[in-house]
Design a protein around this ligand. Structure first.
Ligand SMILES: Nc1ncnc2c1ncn2[C@@H]1O[C@H](COP(=O)(O)OP(=O)(O)O)[C@@H](O)[C@H]1O
Ligand SMILES: [Mg+2]
Length: 359
């Protein structure tokens, strides 16, 4: 944790208060002497000579008490009152609370620091709250869609009037929806485990080129069906020390996205290069591409830029990819142009630490 520089104004000693007290005491003692002189000159009787100074000092004590009360109220009671009102708002779920600093920047004290830390905490809480709400509505939506497909198709299957062809289609739809649901749950669980670091990368030396080829071959049927040209430009061998199982998720996701967002007749190119420290893999397609607004959000959980393909995924793919690369000390960048295509570039160290990246 960062230590804060302790150059804050202390509020337990105030020069201003010292000057006020000094001038006040000087004047009141002057007046006191004046009163004694007056009493002697006027020849007041004994009772008056005692009563008048007592009354006078009583008034002075009252004045000082009121003044000190006002100071204490301004320095402590008022900020505590402001803080109490703000915390009660936050406790009732209002995260828009902001307490302005009480002093100018050159006179910042501990109360101002407390206010500014409080503001930061409330802001953080607010963003966690938004994330939580978004997360719930995203998950609910992703679960509800396939569930209603299952429900509708099961209803149809119950009817006696449907043809054999329709029956097969219903079963296909139900199977597709259950696959989606199980894919969603698997991705959510995996992402959660990676975020909490329950899964830690287990680096082992292996040949990245073989892995890239194997992953690409899994999609062979699909690119042939879609008439997409697949080009692989790789070294013969690229030994790296990393977690092969986790990295497979990265390549599969990048390739499946390229395939999903490239129309028939397009090209997907996978390139791999290396130097002494790192390997670079890029997956390039001649597909739909993305605008800059979409590019900024693609690594967010559940974000899907292209809704026309939303039934073929759940927007968790790139969030998983990013988390895996963070844990594997790697990086990912994206370059894309709408209507022209997309290029994802991943870099990985030749040999990652056995402990994995800690973040
Ligand atoms: N190769 C690509 N070409 C165009 N858009 C892409 C590509 N890869 C990812 N995207 C965009 O990023 C979004 C998020 O991707 P991802 O997290 O894998 O979710 P999903 O594949 O489930 O939609 C996609 O919905 C799409 O809008
Ligand atoms: Mg995807």
């Amino acid at each position: 944790m960062k230590k804060k520089k302790n150059n804050l104004r202390k509020i337990n000693f105030s020069i201003e208060l010292l000057i006020v007290f000094f001038i006040a005491l000087l004047s009141v003692s002057g007046i006191h002497v004046g009163l004694i002189v007056l009493a002697t000159q006027k020849g007041w009787n004994d009772t008056l000579q005692i009563l008048i100074p007592i009354l006078y000092w009583g008034l002075i004590a009252l004045g000082l008490t009121i003044y000190t009360g006002m100071r204490v109220h301004k320095a402590y009671a008022k900020p505590i009152e402001i803080m109490a009102k703000a915390t009660s708002k936050v406790a009732n779920g209002d995260f828009s609370v902001f307490i302005p600093p009480q002093n100018t920047t050159d006179k910042i004290d501990y109360i101002d620091t407390m206010f500014s830390d409080f503001n930061k905490m409330v802001e953080e809480l607010g963003s966690i709250e938004t994330l939580k709400t978004d997360f719930f509505s995203n998950v609910s939506h992703e679960i509800k869609t396939p569930l209603s497909v299952i429900q509708n198709n099961a209803e149809l299957l119950k009817s006696d009037t449907i043809t054999e062809g329709q029956r097969t289609q219903c079963i296909e739809n139900i199977l597709h929806a259950t696959k989606r649901l199980s894919g969603l749950i698997t991705n959510m669980l995996k992402l959660n485990k990676l975020e909490k670091q329950v899964i830690k990368p287990k680096p082992e030396p292996y040949d990245l080129c073989i892995q890239l080829c194997d992953c690409a071959l899994q999609f062979e049927n699909q690119w042939e069906k879609k008439d997409i040209e697949f080009i692989a430009d790789m070294e013969d061998r690229a030994m790296i020390k990393a977690d092969a199982e986790l990295l497979e998720i990265v390549w599969t996701n990048l390739l499946s996205n390229a395939l999903k967002f490239t129309p028939s007749g397009g090209t997907i190119t996978i390139t791999q290069t290396s130097d002494e420290e790192k390997v670079t893999v890029s997956v390039m397609d001649t597909g739909f591409g993305m605008d800059s607004q979409t590019q900024k959000r693609i690594f967010d959980k559940f974000y899907q830029g292209d809704t026309s393909h939303s039934t073929e995924g759940n927007g968790l793919g790139l969030a998983l990819v990013l988390r895996i690369l963070e844990l594997s000390e790697g990086t990912i960048t994206v370059k894309s142009e709408l209507g022209k295509g997309t290029n994802f570039t991943v870099t990985l160290p030749i040999s990652m630490n056995d402990e994995g990246a800690v973040n």
